[in-house]
Write a protein that binds this ligand. Structure first.
Ligand SMILES: Cc1cc2nc3c(=O)[nH]c(=O)nc-3n(C[C@H](O)[C@H](O)[C@H](O)COP(=O)(O)O)c2cc1C
Length: 199
């Protein structure tokens, strides 16, 4: 195996934190980035943990937020409405970096944040919000659902659309390196501590 070059962030907490946010920003912008499709965990209405893949649609390092879109009719929407505690994890097997975020979700359906997210979405993505019956409904046949075809029907899917902003409280970093793994935790509250952890 070729030697892994030591990146400049390796032993630098501030640079590591900046690198984490840069990777998340690339996850929003680049469909080929592994951070484009992280896993989001919520608490089921029965208290059991539930995780699923979503597409990262927004990231703001200064505000310590990340964002994804979802259908208001999904279980995750009801779960996050009931308990906003949320976790998001992504892993890049190429650079061997895992990023974990824990925080609180705010659900946006009828406000300017949701309008902007809907405007930014492509028509191909918008079609999903017109699925009938609603996501998760039991079907007698696998193909027994419909997607909107007409522009007006696609536009009507806006009623089911929401965007979820995760305000990150902590961001945890794990970098697997031949020279020795590096793990760090960033408390993203004002004056929060940045610390190394045993990997
Ligand atoms: C690559 C990929 C991307 C996905 N992106 C989203 C997404 O952005 N938002 C979403 O709600 N579901 C997305 N899903 C579907 C979810 O993983 C999940 O199956 C669905 O939303 C139902 O989850 P729930 O019942 O826990 O709400 C995606 C699935 C995959 C495989």
């Amino acid at each position: 195996m070729p030697d892994q070059p030591i990146p400049s962030f390796y032993n630098d907490l501030a640079e590591t934190r900046a690198q984490a946010w840069a990777l998340l920003a690339r996850g929003v912008a680049d469909r080929r980035s592994p951070f484009h499709a992280p896993t989001v965990g919520s608490l089921g209405l029965d208290g059991r943990p539930r995780v699923r893949v979503v597409i990262l649609r927004g990231c703001d390092a200064a505000a310590a937020t990340v964002r994804f879109n979802t259908d208001r009719r999904t279980d995750k929407f009801a779960e996050l409405a009931s308990d906003p505690r949320v976790a998001l994890t992504g892993y890049d097997s190429g650079s061997k970096i895992q990023i974990r975020i824990e925080g609180e979700a705010s659900l946006h359906s009828d406000d300017a944040v949701a309008d902007a997210a809907w405007e930014a979405s492509r028509s191909f993505s918008r079609i999903c919000y017109g699925t009938a019956p609603a996501p998760g409904v039991m079907l007698s046949d696998g193909g027994d659902f419909s997607l909107p075809a007409e522009d007006a029907e696609i536009a009507a899917g806006r009623a089911n659309f929401s965007t979820v902003v995760i305000r990150a409280r902590t961001l945890e970093w794990l970098y697997l390196a031949h020279a020795g793994h590096r793990r760090a935790r960033f408390d993203l509250s004002a004056n929060g501590q940045n610390v190394w952890l045993t990997p």
